[in-house]
Ligand binder design. Structure first.
Ligand SMILES: [Zn+2]
Length: 200
């Protein structure tokens, strides 16, 4: 089903995190419900978002999905980790497997490392939340509504890294990876461009 809905999903609660909420021309603001969701787990959230306005409605977490899982289990069961995410009970995570999750669900996924464990979250067709101050190791870009993958980072993607750098300006330039296809070559590395926020 092709249904293009442009919604500015403002799931950010911290002033420092006010990026990634670009309003589409026909934008509809999701207000308090999304803000409440953003407070799950005591996190504030940053969003990684691709440039298209195709599909900003997140698919909710699958009820009954436990705190931990493997990517294989998610592929087998079709369970959606959502914003809360799952702790991945595995030492190695294949980028092509993450892409396969995206291919099947049409959603963006973000991989982080938190307290020594890999965590995988899913969002909507063109956006995925991660907690503020956490580096995205990698996130996926689904095909857009005309079937073209977006290999380049969006400004919200870069802003996520710029904000991380601003928290630790003497540290190394934060870097991350976009997974936009199943093959090893279908990835793009990108880095913070500075410590200032880019325009949305
Ligand atoms: Zn992105």
């Amino acid at each position: 089903m092709v249904q293009v809905i442009a919604i500015a999903l403002q799931i950010l609660t911290h002033p420092l995190a006010l990026f990634g909420a670009a309003a589409g021309a026909a934008g509809v603001l999701i207000g308090k419900a999304a803000q409440a969701a953003a407070n799950l787990g005591g996190h504030t959230w940053a969003t990684l978002s691709s440039s298209s306005n195709y599909g900003r409605i997140p698919v909710p977490r699958t009820p009954g999905l436990g705190k931990t899982a493997t990517v294989d289990e998610l592929l087998k069961t079709g369970a959606i980790p959502g914003q809360q995410g799952v702790i991945l009970d595995q030492k190695y995570v294949s980028y092509s497997d993450l892409w396969e999750l995206t291919r099947r669900t049409g959603l963006e996924y973000a991989l982080t490392k938190e307290n020594g464990s890999f965590v995988l979250r899913s969002g909507a067709a063109n956006t995925v939340p991660i907690p503020n101050g956490i580096r995205p190791i990698a996130h996926t870009h689904p095909f857009d509504n005309v079937g073209i993958p977006e290999p380049l980072p969006s400004n919200p993607d870069i802003n996520t890294l710029n904000q991380l750098w601003s928290l630790n300006p003497n540290g190394r330039r934060p870097r991350s990876t976009i997974i936009w296809g199943p093959n090893p070559g279908n990835t793009t590395q990108f880095g913070a461009t500075g410590t200032q926020r880019l325009p949305p």
